[in-house]
Design a protein around this ligand. Structure first.
Ligand code: PLP
Length: 417
């Protein structure tokens, strides 16, 4: 078997590397990680729209989350106990959970430093197998389109269905759509890119035998609960707004951190045969709520895209010359609507902890199945996902960029990369 690919022989042998942050008592983040309903939330102007939702003219179903749309995509492609899934080595648990729920064998494929599939290594691995995986998952990480046409041709050659993972990528340029054009199925997570509480889209390519009617609609109680959660979040967000005084206090906060010994999280390894706690079987066939459907429909996509690009570029400008970190991508392609700003840091043991202790909003995929892909193994601790969404205020952007700048320039690194 090729060393480049970690084959997981049935779910029982998945080995996860986990990070338990409990001893650190990190505070709640000071800034929302995902977009929320705020005063400036834009309403769609359909006449003037240069962007459209991925799969807009295709048949689709709305689930509560992308993970449940993935379950159905895997199932429809024939992934199950007798036929496996080829998934990227850099992943979150909810990308694998649906395949585990189907009792399928999962193989993790290697990625380049820019998170593109390493097709030559995958080719070598496939040639050693008696039975090919039934489907390959291609993730458009952080909203940056992959070369899906090339991967589709590869899948065709090897008898696999391509599933496009647009969980980070919702917006297609009307004139030159790049997302969801090649997958037999495409999934997306509108709640990550628009201010709705939930939403997971399953989109079928033209010509698929696919029923857009949803088997299970949420009841009135669930609808009301979803709406109430959205309203509660507005109140909560209002309370934690960043002001100029918070920005002025940052240098002092960093000075205080310089002299503090921070508690460490716990690194664990675990062989869990089941799905993670993020995957709820009871929710798997449930339709997304009416409130989410409505918000997806009325949100202004051009405004969301423009603001995301503006914030992303501000991050890039401010981070590119800092010591001990660098943006994952060197440029923002035209028409790309970024989901987050991915920042690689050299010394997570010092700088990740310091930033989290200050209340920095950070996602990191530190709960991941082990593989021999060096990119995935490194990025698990070193790659930070930082928000650049459309609901961020100017003060929040300034606070986050100042916090990272101060930490990178003033918190000493102890050579523990
Ligand atoms: C790349 C990617 N794909 C799929 C998923 C699952 O999406 P959802 O959170 O909508 O279930 C996630 C979740 O974080 C993700 O990051």
């Amino acid at each position: 078997m090729s060393k480049a690919i970690q084959t997981v022989q049935r779910k029982a042998s998945l080995t996860y590397s986990l990070f338990d942050p409990a001893p650190c008592n990190f505070p709640v983040s000071r800034v929302p990680l995902l977009p929320c309903l705020r005063g400036g939330a834009g309403i769609s102007d359909a006449k003037n729209a240069s962007f459209e939702l991925v799969g807009r003219n295709r048949v689709s179903r709305l689930y509560t989350r992308g993970r449940y749309a993935l379950y159905e995509a895997y199932r429809l492609c024939g992934v199950g106990p007798e036929s496996g899934l080829l998934a990227p080595a850099y992943h979150c648990r909810t990308m694998l959970d649906p395949a585990i729920s189907l009792d399928a064998r999962v193989s993790l494929y290697p990625l380049s430093l820019s998170l593109a599939p390493d097709l030559s290594k995958i080719e070598g691995y496939l040639s050693t197998l008696q039975q090919r995986p039934r489907a390959m998952l291609l993730t458009h990480y952080f909203g940056f389109p992959q070369d899906a046409a090339k991967v589709k041709a590869f899948c065709d050659r090897h008898g696999m269905a391509l599933i496009e993972d647009c969980s980070h990528a919702l917006f297609n340029h009307r004139e030159a759509p790049q997302l969801g054009q090649h997958g037999r199925y495409t999934i997306a997570s509108p709640y990550k890119l628009l201010p709705c509480e939930e939403g997971g889209l399953l989109i079928a390519a033209d010509g698929q035998d696919f029923d857009p009617r949803h088997p299970k609609r949420p009841g009135l109680v669930t609808e009301i609960k979803t709406l109430a959660t959205a309203l509660a979040r507005i109140g909560h967000d209002r309370k934690r707004r960043i002001r100029q005084a918070d920005i002025d206090l940052l240098p002092e906060a960093v000075t205080h951190l310089q002299s503090r010994k921070l508690a460490r999280g716990i690194e664990l390894s675990s062989r869990q045969p089941q799905v993670s706690s993020l995957y709820l079987q009871a929710e798997a066939s449930m339709a997304g709520s009416i409130a989410s459907r409505l918000l997806i429909k009325i949100s202004s996509l051009p405004q969301a895209v423009a603001k995301r690009r503006e914030n992303y570029l501000a991050w890039h400008r401010n981070m590119q010359n800092l010591p001990h970190c660098k943006p994952l991508f060197t440029a923002l392609p035209d028409g790309c609507a970024p989901y987050m700003f991915p920042l690689l840091i050299d010394f997570p043991q010092d700088h990740f902890y310091a930033l989290k202790t200050m209340g920095m909003p950070i996602w990191r995929w530190d709960d991941m199945a082990w593989s021999s892909c060096s990119t995935a193994q490194k990025y698990r601790q070193h790659l930070l996902h930082l928000p650049c969404h459309q609901s961020l205020s100017e003060a929040e952007m300034r606070w986050m960029m100042s916090a990272v700048t101060l930490v990178m320039t003033r918190i000493p690194q102890r050579g523990n990369s």
